[in-house]
Design a protein around this ligand. Structure first.
Ligand code: B3K
Ligand code: ZN
Length: 844
């Protein structure tokens, strides 16, 4: 397969003034008729007329009305064209029903839908399928379906057809079409300049009662983007559609966002608090793309973080405003460490702006998205709120309608704030997670913090010059009072020291407050200091972090030296749980323990080969010790945080439920599941029901609930996904692979539905101890199913290969077993480009 390089970018030889598309829908033989007005691009050297096209049957083509016979390959076509403006017309035939890759035009439960980002439009018709070619689109859909949707504003509609006009020039990846017998949940919004906008959430009949929350979230997002970023919506209508078979969460097509039904449908009976929060965030994310992604798009796919990093940052600000900022920050960092640090410290490490790729779909990663968002957060910290607002205004003003680059993005910050961001660019170009060593000293009232940064080599990059790191620091006096409020230190050198004068005693430092940079802090400290910070730090992130470090170091001591659970940790966590002045959601987060994967990485970094079984046992031992230490406290918390008001998926209620369910976990370890069964039987919302079900499964008392749950919910695909997933995630270490394999034989299992596939096989990878079971069964079952899925759906297959990305950490036996599975996958004849690239990179 061919590698594409950033350095080879050249503009397309032509510009497009207008695109007109007609779709004659048919499940197995849809006709797509295109009429495209091209003219030579004065800024391009290369005038070769190449149009992408894959899996298309070309029926006819003409230029200015004269039939032509282009040279057609598997990837597209070339043709002689005039050097003056001309009109290209073509008719192609495609087969949506046979499209199991879920890219291009496909069918899901009888409805037509599309997914074009990144390079799916070329499976719809011949086109320069690249993000820097922008055009207004006119679309006519002919079909029997009741609802026929595309981008932009509605035009003529009649029996069996509908027309749409999108006035905003857009790249083909933002094209969308939906046709089906759908029903809508309507809504309405008036923009701040008084423009009315019609809103709809379109679903299959039967799902009407799961739309209200998405609509509320959309309206909140529209308002927030006006108030915080000054961005108004720009069409007469905004449609959201729920689709069952979808490779990812959702897609920001102009005026017609398409969502995985799991990322939009919700009601209290079927969705958990976490589902609601995620839906609110994804609705916001896709909506925010209207400006950061659609009005200003990317010049090429290497610039993906330009839209994704910024939009993730914007949606996290939105959630912080709608809910608790501290809880959102902590949750984001937990996720960043679990997914991005894992990626950045393994064979798949790549820069936030990669320099090459084989299959772009493999680069929709935690690095591009979540680390990309961290970079925006650092920029904001470095230039301040006002500088950030000025830079963003300039960005929207200058680049509206453009396909822009990271250079353009940084230039607006430089101009708006007068700062030189040359060194900051390294965050975009250099892969790897910096380590930040911290030491300190104190003499004669002066306290000094010494920092040293270094970044381990990553694939293809050995040299890692120092980066600019914003380090937010506060100091606490010996009595716990803050003696220095948060200050941002700007580290630019490999080694750098910062002094603070006039201190009466040696302070305790609170370093990297709010997780001000995506780095790993290395500081030799003791548990007493951590307990002190946990009790006194005013920064909620670092307060949480102190508790997390205590737990982690205690677990590492258990694993390395056979230590007992640490009393200091047990006391500290109880003190915190008892502190009613703290947000329940925060306390629930502080009750959380490092994951098996976190511990494996920490051991590996410290030079010890992690043993997955031992890690799991240490966690079990600690969880049991906690349950015993808290046998009085847990039932009290459980009772205190029962929500008696009618269910609301808001931050306040969900925090209370999370804490009560955390307490239920502790109780279950001692009562064998009695309380969990009682909660299961009484539950009137999915949050309570699912938490109880999990506890029962963990206690080995889940058989009755497993049957009851299935009988109750068999009609609801999204709930049954949870049923598949929980059984695998909570299976005992030696059973996990068998449970997953058994469930693949269940009549409700389907390889064609990515949600169900992930709920079963993705869940196996989430059960770390089960996946890494010494027998190698976990590896084998996953590899078997990836091999089966690849010919149907390469994109989802390739993504799921990352389950193997940490393989080099483990012992020789496990490494050999994983290597054999990776080789078995690579040896498959006709393996997709997506999976070939992923597995080769992982294998190294
Ligand atoms: N932009 C899409 C992701 C497209 C993924 C293509 N493999 C959703 C989002 O980030 O909002
Ligand atoms: Zn996005």
């Amino acid at each position: 397969p061919q590698t594409i390089y950033l350095k080879d970018y050249t503009p397309f030889g032509f510009r497009i003034d207008e695109v007109a598309l007609t779709f004659r829908l048919d499940p197995s033989a849809t006709r797509v008729i295109s009429r495209i007005a091209f003219r030579p691009n004065p800024e391009a050297q290369d005038r070769r007329f190449f149009l992408h096209g894959e899996k298309l049957k070309l029926i006819s083509a003409s230029i200015d009305g004269q039939p032509v016979a282009p040279d057609v390959t598997d990837e597209g076509l070339t043709c002689e064209v005039p050097d003056t403006p001309f009109v290209w017309e073509a008719e192609v035939e495609i087969d949506p029903q046979a499209n199991t890759a879920l890219e291009g035009l496909y069918m899901s439960n009888g409805m037509y839908c599309t997914q074009c980002e990144a390079e799916g439009f070329r499976k719809i018709t011949y086109y320069p399928d690249r993000p820097d070619v922008l055009a207004p689109f006119d679309v006519r859909i002919e079909g029997e379906e009741k609802v026929l949707l595309s981008n932009g504003n509605p035009g003529a509609q009649g029996d069996g057809f509908a027309e749409w006009h999108d006035p905003w020039p857009k790249p083909a990846y933002l094209f969308a079409l939906v046709a089906g017998d759908l029903v809508n949940h309507p809504g309405h919004f008036t923009t701040r300049s008084g423009k009315p906008v019609e809103l709809n959430v379109w679903v299959r009949p039967g799902d009407e009662n799961k739309c209200a929350f998405a609509m509320e979230s959309l309206i909140k997002s529209m308002k927030w983007d006006e108030e915080v970023y000054g961005r108004e919506y720009d069409l007469d209508i905004f449609n959201i559609v729920a689709v069952d078979d979808f490779n990812m969460g959702a897609m920001e097509n102009k005026g017609l966002n398409i969502f995985n039904s799991a990322a939009v449908l919700a009601n209290p009976a079927t969705s958990t608090d976490m589902n609601f929060e995620r839906i609110e965030a994804i609705i916001a994310h896709e909506y925010f793309h209207n400006w950061t992604g659609n009005r200003i798009t990317c010049r090429d796919w290497f610039q993906l973080c330009l839209k994704e990093g910024l939009t993730v940052f914007r949606d996290s600000e939105f959630t912080a405003d709608m809910r608790s900022a501290a809880v959102k920050r902590i949750s984001d960092v937990i996720a960043l460490r679990a997914r991005q640090f894992r990626e950045d410290n393994g064979p798949l490490a790549h820069p936030v702006r990669p320099e090459s790729f084989v299959e772009i779909n493999n680069f929709y990663t935690a690095t591009v998205y979540e680390k990309g968002a961290e970079l925006i957060g650092m920029l904001k910290t470095l230039v301040g709120d006002e500088g950030y607002a000025k830079a963003l205004d300039l960005y929207f003003e200058r680049h509206d309608g453009d396909a822009a680059t990271i250079e353009d993005w940084l230039a607006v910050f430089e101009e708006a704030t007068g700062r030189d961001l040359t060194q900051f660019m390294r965050w975009y170009t250099d892969a790897g997670t910096p380590r930040l060593k911290v030491t300190d000293d104190y003499a004669d009232g002066t306290y000094t913090l010494h920092f040293e940064q270094s970044t381990p080599p990553t694939p293809g990059q050995t040299d890692k010059p120092p980066r600019v790191i914003p380090i937010a620091v506060g100091l606490l006096g010996p009595n716990g009072d803050e003696v220095l409020e948060t200050q941002v230190l700007e580290m630019t050198e490999t080694k750098q020291s910062f002094s603070f004068e006039g201190l009466g005693a040696k302070p305790v430092p609170s370093v990297l407050r709010g997780f001000s940079a995506p780095v790993i802090v290395e500081r030799e400290t003791d548990n007493a200091e951590r307990a002190f910070l946990l009790a006194h730090d005013t920064d909620p992130f670092n307060k949480w972090e102190a508790g997390r470090d205590l737990a982690r170091d205690g677990l590492l001591a258990m694993l390395r030296d056979g230590a007992q659970p640490d009393d200091l940790y047990l006391d500290a966590v109880q003190a915190m749980l008892r502190d009613d002045s703290l947000d329940p959601a925060f306390r629930w987060l502080a009750l959380g323990l490092p994951s098996q994967d976190d511990l494996a990485q920490a051991l590996y970094d410290g030079g010890t080969t992690p043993d997955p079984q031992a890690i799991w046992e240490a966690l079990e031992t600690l969880k049991h010790a906690r349950a015993e230490a808290m046998q009085d406290l847990a039932p009290k918390l459980y009772a205190q945080y029962q929500v008696t008001e009618p269910y609301q998926p808001n931050a306040e209620q969900s925090g209370a439920r999370a804490l009560a369910n955390g307490a239920l976990g502790l109780i279950t370890r001692l009562d064998g599941g009695a309380q969990a069964q009682a909660q299961y039987d009484a539950a009137d919302n999915m949050t309570q029901q699912l938490a109880a079900f999990s506890c029962l499964l963990q206690a080995g008392k889940g058989d009755a609930a497993t049957q009851a749950f299935y009988d109750q919910w068999r009609h609801d695909r999204l709930v049954i996904d949870k049923w598949f997933s929980l059984q695998v995630v909570n299976a005992a270490p030696e059973d996990a692979a068998d449970v997953a394999e058994r469930l693949t034989g269940h009549p409700d299992f389907s390889m064609k539905n990515p949600n169900r596939f992930r709920a079963t096989l993705g869940a196996l990878a989430m059960n770390a101890v089960g996946f890494h079971h010494a027998s190698g069964k976990g590896y084998r079952v996953l590899a078997d199913w990836l091999i089966k899925l690849d010919p149907l759906n390469p994109q989802t297959t390739a993504r799921m290969c990352s389950a193997f990305e940490t393989w080099r950490r483990y012992d020789a036996d496990r490494q050999a077993k994983i290597a054999a599975e990776l080789d078995r996958i690579l040896a498959v004849e006709g393996l997709s480009r997506d999976t070939t690239e992923m597995v080769s990179r992982i294998r190294g």
